[in-house]
Ligand binder design. Structure first.
Ligand SMILES: Nc1ncnc2c1ncn2[C@@H]1O[C@H](COP(=O)(O)OP(=O)(O)OP(=O)(O)O)[C@@H](O)[C@H]1O
Ligand SMILES: [Mg+2]
Length: 416
């Protein structure tokens, strides 16, 4: 089931907003409405946030992002259209039902997180739990665990004033985690942070999301942040969602001029992932085979080194031509003792920019493995270099119709 569903959702501010919706449906523009004193904040928004994904809403100031997220948790009522959280209709919920939803399903992290200055970090992280009538010791345990997850272990008894801005924002994150909801809404949660701290928080969020499988609706006006975090990104312009897609799709197939202008300056090496440039591992040898088979595979694929995998595709290592030839000469029946387990491997989520130093250090192909070290693909050094060369092409080349890097469809297993 989708965690969040929006269908043809509108929010118009001003007097008699329904009439504004009717006019928009008849083709009026945001500007037309503005002349009559109405603000069309969100226009005909439809999207699904899948369970366990980071869905980013990206747009310039005033494009309607905050309005959208506030409708999701019922702080604002849509003027028209549908909004569902785990199938429940948020629009028709009464106050009591909304409270329950916010307590059990959806928590929110804001840009300027208000901490209680005279309460400890632990108490701040637990705020919201106590008022739900949860016993004190359980609040403390949950807050402590949440603080550990965001890297603030040992700070429970400090006061907010003793923390840096980045650490305070972590307390905000911890509070949302302590609430234990599956869905987290984050409105410009990292926008006020210094670039380096921001990076750290982004990495940590992705990490937490992997560990805890939260569903995150993340709002930002920073495209690089959107590209780093988003499993999928919704691009918003003047109240409308103009494109929804993965970072690669938005880069390589922008829906319109607006999006392509927007993504022009993005550093592609920080966006494209190992999973999007790897090739299926064809030249592999089963670890239960012998050197003669390995030799045959190498000859067939004209390679001097091939990966060795178990029956379930777990990567064991690699063997090279010389040692295989020697083993064949010695009459060895197995690959025992000649498998080199020092294979450079990366996760499919790794960015191209991270592969560069590895590729530079070793002429061997990189192995792409999932969390269980199953071999998913291979990346030759030349692939990394080629992708890079294409990335640094001119802006004009960027607007070519052909995609510069072939992006094989991501398999389910590859998506994080
Ligand atoms: N309560 C309100 N009453 C009237 N107009 C509003 C209200 N809230 C938002 N708006 C208007 O709706 C439009 C969208 O605002 P919103 O805050 O959703 O944008 P945003 O994308 O979050 O922008 P920012 O990046 O600046 O936070 C803006 O024109 C804003 O002035
Ligand atoms: Mg906003």
């Amino acid at each position: 089931m989708n965690a969040i569903v929006a269908r043809d959702t509108y929010k118009v501010f001003g007097r008699r907003p329904e009439r504004g919706v009717a006019r928009l449906r008849d083709g009026a523009t945001r500007e037309d409405l503005r002349k009559d004193g109405l603000t069309a904040a969100v226009i005909d928004a439809s999207f699904d946030v899948r369970e366990g994904e980071i869905f980013v809403v990206m747009g310039l100031s005033g494009s309607g992002k905050s309005t959208l997220i506030r409708m999701v948790n019922g702080l604002l009522e849509p003027t028209a259209g549908e909004l569902r959280v785990y199938g429940d209709d948020v629009v028709t919920m009464n106050k009591q039902q909304l409270r329950v939803m916010r307590r059990e399903k959806v928590s929110m992290v804001f840009q300027h997180f208000a901490l209680f200055p005279h309460r400890t970090v632990g108490q701040n992280a637990a705020a919201g739990l106590r008022v739900q009538g949860i016993p004190k010791h359980e609040c403390e345990t949950r807050a402590k665990e949440a603080l550990r997850l965001v890297g603030l272990k040992g700070w429970e008894d400090s006061l907010p004033g003793q923390l840096s801005g980045g650490m305070r924002q972590r307390v905000g994150l911890a509070r949302a985690l302590a609430a234990g909801t599956n869905i987290m809404l984050m409105d410009e949660a990292f926008s006020a942070l210094d670039p380096l701290i921001k990076r750290e928080m982004q990495d940590q969020l992705v990490d937490l999301q992997h560990k805890l499988g939260k569903t995150i609706l993340f709002i930002t006006h920073d495209l690089n942040e959107a590209m780093r975090l988003g499993d999928r990104i919704a691009m918003m312009k003047d109240g409308r969602i103009v494109q929804i897609g993965t970072a690669e799709q938005i880069l390589n197939q922008p829906a319109d001029d607006y999006v392509s202008q927007f993504v022009q300056d993005v550093d592609r090496t920080r966006v494209l992932t190992a999973g999007s440039v790897m090739v299926p591992p064809v030249a592999i040898v089963g670890s239960d085979h012998g050197p003669d088979v390995a030799q045959q595979v190498m000859r067939q694929h004209r390679m001097s080194r091939v990966f060795v995998v178990d029956r379930d595709q777990t990567l064991r290592g690699a063997v090279d031509e010389e040692r295989v030839a020697a083993a064949v000469r010695d009459g060895a029946r197995t690959l025992d003792g000649i498998v080199d387990d020092r294979v450079l491997s990366v996760s499919p989520d790794a960015r191209l920019s991270e592969l560069l130093p590895m590729s530079a250090a070793s002429p061997e192909a990189l192995a792409v493995v999932d969390g269980g070290r199953h071999l998913m693909g291979a990346i030759a050094r030349v692939t990394v270099l080629k992708a890079l060369a294409q990335c640094s092409g001119t802006a004009e080349a960027d607007h070519g119709t052909t995609s510069r890097i072939s992006v094989p469809a991501r398999t389910e297993a590859m998506a994080r």
